[in-house]
Design a protein around this ligand. Sequence first.
Ligand SMILES: *Cc1c(COP(=O)(O)O)cnc(C)c1O
Length: 366
Amino acid sequence: MKFNQHVCNLPTYEVGKPLEDVVHGDSVSYNQVIKLGSNENPFGVSPFAKHAIIENASLASVYPDDSYFELKEVLSKKYSVESGNVIVGSGSDQIIELCIHAVCNSESKILTSKTTFAMYEIYAQHVNANVIKTDDFLHNLDSMLKLYKKYKPDIIFLCTPNNPLGEALKKDDVIRFLNALDDDCLVVLDCAYMEYCAYKDDEYLISPIDVLQFSNVIYLGTFSKLYGLGGMRVGYGIANKYIIDTINKLRPPFNVTHISSKAAIAGLNDSDFIALSLKNNFDEMERYNKFALDKSLKILESYANFVTFLLHNQLNSTKIVNYLLQQGIIVRDLKSYGLNAIRITIGIASQNEIVIKHMSDAIDNI
Ligand SMILES: *Cc1c(COP(=O)(O)O)cnc(C)c1O
């Protein structure tokens, strides 16, 4: 039995902790756990989506429509593009994977920001491609352009707003950057949190239609964050037909379940849920900003549904995260990103109060 050596060498991705890790015996029950480690919607499933899931339960016995006609129709209307410009994935994660598989081999280079979504590098390692990163902490398009000119990467990933740091790129800056590239470099614009930054400041709003004019750009969106459907695994990519048709050849058939696509369609129409989620996010973010100020902690300005605390040397992110875990609170230690930092998804008011209380205790006592 002989595996590819580069596959044997792959690290295992550290996902946000599942509920099961925290529920021990009877001391902490499922609904007491405060799960703010994976940027899920703290209000749970959109009620419209939940209704659709129940209504469509009987579809579980049949294969979905592999053309995803209905879901693509709805997405193409929402974004004023054509159905042929859309591909759906089992989460937008899967589209990232398809893009890398369509473009890269062991000779290829991918370019990313230094601290960004871990999956770009992981999928690149699947095909043994080389990863080049900027030196800057936050996305810096000037540095990226320099590295682009020097290394001529095959793919560039831009994550805006960026997970796990929360910064975002202005639309005008992104367009200027795209204009400076040759069209043989695929640019993946990962917009998993775009709805949040668009709500905060419309200078940061990038829509698929803004980048469709570029023959080498694909826009990614997801139902996992704002729409509260992380467990249903629905994401999408929008690009010109040539990109979509090509990566579609690598898409496994029936990659999104029937019920998931029904839930996604319903979730898109749930405007009350969307409005509530966005308002809560930025209202409650202030609570964390104030806490950081009170405790002299460094917090990054966030355009997404989480905040990131950068800790000074006297504090240890892992210790604090483990302390919170014992209290039934899941947040994300950024140690695996090489940072002494903690990322916390913005919860609902009652959750954030508890998190801040325990985090304050942790800081004072450990
Ligand atoms: C959550 C996330 C995704 C995709 O999640 P899916 O559940 O696979 O749709 C993609 N990119 C970033 C930056 C994310 O944080």
